[in-house]
Design a protein around this ligand. Structure first.
Ligand SMILES: [Zn+2]
Length: 72
């Protein structure tokens, strides 16, 4: 299945996420709301846990993860 960028308005994603029990919270990097049903990135902490960020910030999340984990 090909993942295409959704054309749904953001609020509909919010309704969808809440209805199906997914999380719906602001991206820690850009502040845009995104849901657990959408593709996302992860910002890893050196504690072994991570925080999800929106797919638009996945690259930035990767960069921050490397800093957090001390990867050169
Ligand atoms: Zn973001």
């Amino acid at each position: 299945m090909k993942i295409t960028k959704s054309k749904l308005p953001r609020w509909m994603h919010g309704v969808y996420a809440m209805f199906f029990g997914y999380y719906w919270f602001p991206c820690p990097i850009c502040g845009k709301m995104f849901g657990g049903h959408e593709p996302s990135g992860t910002i890893w902490e050196n504690t072994g846990s991570g925080e999800a960020c929106c797919i638009n910030c996945a690259k930035e999340g990767e960069r921050l993860s490397k800093i957090n984990l001390g990867v050169k």
